[in-house]
Structure formats: C-alpha cells, structure tokens
Design a protein around this ligand. Structure first.
Ligand code: ADQ
Length: 450
C-alpha cells in the first residue's frame, strides 16, 4: 500500500499516445507511487507489478465492459456531450449500468492500494463516479479529481441521463480540477442548479465537506521535448524531411492529432483545399503533412470520420497534385516522440484547429520544440491552450475552426507574416510554455489538494 495513488482508465505501460499518459508518467515515477488502471486488452488481468518505479495495479475489463463502459458510455455519450455535442451523443441504459460497475471496480482497487490517509488522484471522464464511491469506502483519504476534457455549459450537461449521480460522483473529491476557469464555473453553477448547493467563489459545501473547484491548465514535459529538439539526429531528420518534401522552397504546414472528430481535421483540410483552389497557395509552394494517429476505431463516428478525411485527401491530391509531388501527405500512423519533434522542427506552420479541446498538448509541444524561435502556430479559439498561447501572449494566429473563411484567413496571415513578427510571437509563446511545465501543473494541483 502506498501513500500516493493515481487512478486512470489506462495504465502507463504501453506506447499508446494520449495526453494523460504523457503528462502523468513522470510524476508517478518521481514520487514512487502506485497506478490503478486498465491494461488495454479485454479479459486480461496481470498481477500487480513494478514498472519504471511505479507500482502497477491492473483492473480487468471484459469484452462487454470495453463495449459498454469504454466505447459506449465514455466515448459515445460523455466524450461528445462534453465537447459541445459536435457529434450527437448516444444514450443507452446498458452502457450506464456497465459504467457504474466498472467505476466501482476502479474505486475498490484504489481503496485496496491506498495506505491510511493516502492521497489519491483520479483522472478523467471515464471515472466520474469514482471519487464518490471511493469516499464511501475510505473516508480517510484525500481525493483529487482532474478532468482533462472540457466541462460543458449547464444546459448541455442537463441532457445527460442520471446527471445528478455524475455530479455527486465528482463531488466525492476534495479538489476538482479543470483545464479552464470557465469549466470550473460551469461545474459550480451546476451544483446550485441541480443539487441546490450554495457555491461561494471556488468552494462549495457538500455533505459536511468543502469541495474546491479550480482551473489547473495542464502542460507538457518541456525538458523532454527540448532535449529531443537539440539532438543532432533529430535535426538531421527534420532536414531530410524538408528535402524529401521538395526542399526549402516549399512551405511546410503540419497537423498532428489523434483521428478524432473534435480535432477539426476535416475542416482544416477543407480550408487548405480552398486555399489551393483559389490560388492563394500552389502545389509548388506549399505542402501539408497531416499525421493522424488511429483512435477508437471500433466506434462508428470515428470510422466515418476516417472515411471523410481519406476521401477529401484523395480529392485534393487528385485535383492539385502532380507526378512525384502532391500538396497533402496523410499519415494514418502513430509516430515516436523523436519523429514528432523532427516534424515540429521542419514545419513552418503548425495547424491546431480543434472544434473543442480541453487543452491540446500538440500546440505546446510544437512551441517547446522551436528553440530556434522559428515557425508559426495557427490555433483554434476553442482549445484550452488558446488562453495561454493567444490571449495571454498574443503569439498564436487565432482562428474560429467552424468558419472556413476564418481558417483560411488565419493560415494566410501566418504565411504572410515577416520573420521578425514570427520570432517575437514564438518568443512570447515559449516564455509561457517554458515557465509552466507539467511538473509545475502537478505540484500546483497536489499542493492545493494537500
Ligand atoms: P488528447 O485528446 O489525446 O488529450 P492532446 O492534448 O493533443 O490530445 O494530446 C495528444 C498526445 O498524443 C500528444 O502528446 C501528441 O504528441 C500525441 N500524438 C498525437 N498524434 C500522434 C501521432 N500521430 N503519433 C504519436 N503521438 C501522437 C486529452 C484532451 C486534451 C488534453 C490532454 C491532456 O483531449 O485536451 O490536452 O488530454 O490533458
């Protein structure tokens, strides 16, 4: 039993990319803690084991659990609803039942792994009920909860069947963390509207305890990215990439995302196609590389997105490409960290244009990689990263991804900007990212919880 326990849907043991694991692995390691999570394969429960200095407690999910709790309630109900319903959420009673059963399993595993008075940090939308269940099992624990995705406005949350139970689940924590202040405010407002509580400032009394709701904007392991960016082999790769894509004369635009309908990938590609069609850019001058890591491919909406994107890529290359030179390279692949950093170094313009995103770590990784103060970031208003990289620093080219004309305007502005302007923007964004890395984020959360 340990005095610090992370509880998250996934264990930090495989190479599957995703914000959560890349953010938390270094912290659990440096504090010698335990991690409760699913190993990622159905019907598989290895015994607890040690991995890179972290005690791992696997939770078993059956094939049905994966269908209902993970792909169903988590990724087809809560995920779209919390992202402004950019795809319609699907509601199924059987999914809710499985979600509750699986959340109880996680809570029991966390209770068993925690020493008396331990600090337990529960993560994300798959485990909204865990703080409340864990509180019942172990009132001695200090419980923190962090939501990595947006928390929706009151009127959207109200659509969720059994909404009060989800809210009570979150209120089981002593500290509820969000990416943005607006999300914390939505949550507090909801405790009044749905449960008749009386929030004051960022606190609310619930069942004789004080629950605090506050924004803790997540960040990245800056040192990891900077080290890779300084590596001569990575820099060689970046030069080779540019050469392969047609030399320095060609402007390189880049997108890096999980293939997810919240990321605005199809809107981005549409805007790029229109820039080619109206002659703002030509196939000789510009090339877009879109790396999309496969994600949730068993969920229907994700399969449809993949088809839409692939059709549009084919159309644009067919229409504007030439033999041996196409305007759009689409890689439906997962790349290593070093390969991503080489792409970041090679890219003149990074396109981060989600319809809604809790934070978006790719934007911060790009900025951290640009020690040369080169490059430009085109960034959606609807990302958490926008407050730091655009509102606070004026560094990014801000766009509304729902408006193709505005996307085109933002990209064109980044293309037209002079080198001194770009270097100034990058310098301001770098100051922000370098001063707020993921260690500081975790320390701030845990000190507040402490
Ligand atoms: P995600 O939705 O997964 O995270 P993001 O924050 O961009 O989004 O993190 C993705 C991570 O995966 C990044 O570290 C990125 O480098 C990596 N990645 C993306 N594409 C890749 C590829 N093709 N190959 C390899 N790696 C790739 C969720 C929320 C976000 C929030 C994070 C952290 O949706 O809003 O920022 O959690 O809280």
């Amino acid at each position: 039993m340990t005095s610090f326990v992370v509880v998250a849907n996934r264990l930090p043991v495989d190479a599957s990319p995703g914000g959560l694991v890349s953010a938390l692995q270094p912290i659990a390691r440096s504090s010698g803690g335990a991690w409760v999570g699913w190993a990622g394969e159905p019907d598989d429960r290895p015994e607890p084991f040690e991995h890179e200095g972290v005690r791992i407690h696997p939770v078993e999910l059956s094939g049905d659990d994966v269908d209902r709790y993970y792909e169903g309630q988590s990724n087809s109900t809560i995920w779209p609803l919390f992202h402004d319903s950019v795809e319609p959420p699907v509601h199924r009673r059987a999914w809710r039942v499985a979600y509750e059963q699986v959340n109880r399993r996680f809570a029991e595993a966390a209770a068993a792994a925690s020493a008396q008075g331990a600090t337990v940090w529960v993560h994300d939308y798959q485990l909204l009920l865990v703080p409340g269940m864990l509180r019942e099992l172990r009132p001695d624990l200090r419980i923190g909860f962090f939501l990595h995705i947006p928390f929706p406005p009151v009127e959207l949350f109200m659509q969720l069947p059994r909404r009060a139970e989800f809210l009570r689940g979150m209120l089981g924590a002593d500290l509820v963390g969000f990416q943005q202040t607006l999300a914390a405010q939505n949550f507090l407002r909801l405790t009044a509207q749905l449960l008749g509580l009386h929030p004051e400032g960022e606190r609310v009394e619930y069942e004789g305890r004080t629950v605090t709701a506050r924004a803790f904007p997540i960040s990245i392991d800056v040192a990891e990215i900077e080290t890779l960016a300084a590596d001569p082999a990575v820099q060689d790769d970046a030069r080779r990439l540019r050469k392969d894509l047609g030399g320095d004369r060609r402007l390189l635009l880049l997108g890096v995302d999980r293939l997810d309908y919240t990321k605005g990938i199809d809107q981005r590609i549409e805007a790029y196609g229109e820039l080619l069609a109206d002659g703002t850019i030509t196939n000789d001058e510009a090339v877009l590389v879109q790396v999309a890591t496969p994600s949730r491919m068993r969920v229907e909406q994700y399969r449809q997105l993949r088809e839409r994107v692939e059709r549009e890529v084919g159309r644009i290359n067919g229409e504007f490409g030439d033999v041996g030179r196409v305007p759009l390279h689409y890689l439906f692949q997962t790349r290593t960290r070093a390969e991503l950093v080489a792409l970041y170094l090679a890219a003149d313009i990074m396109l981060v244009t989600p319809l809604r995103d809790g934070m978006n770590l790719v934007a911060k990784e790009y900025v951290a990689a640009r020690r040369d103060e080169g490059g430009a970031l085109v960034l959606s208003e609807f990302t958490g990263a926008h407050s730091e990289l655009s509102e606070a620093s004026g560094g990014a080219f801000s766009v509304n991804p729902y408006d193709v004309d505005d996307l085109k305007r933002g990209i064109a502005a980044a293309i037209a900007a002079g080198p001194a302007d770009l270097a100034g923007r990058m310098r301001r964004m770098r100051e922000q990212v370098l001063a707020h890395d993921v260690d500081r984020w975790a320390r701030a959360f845990l000190e507040t919880l402490g």
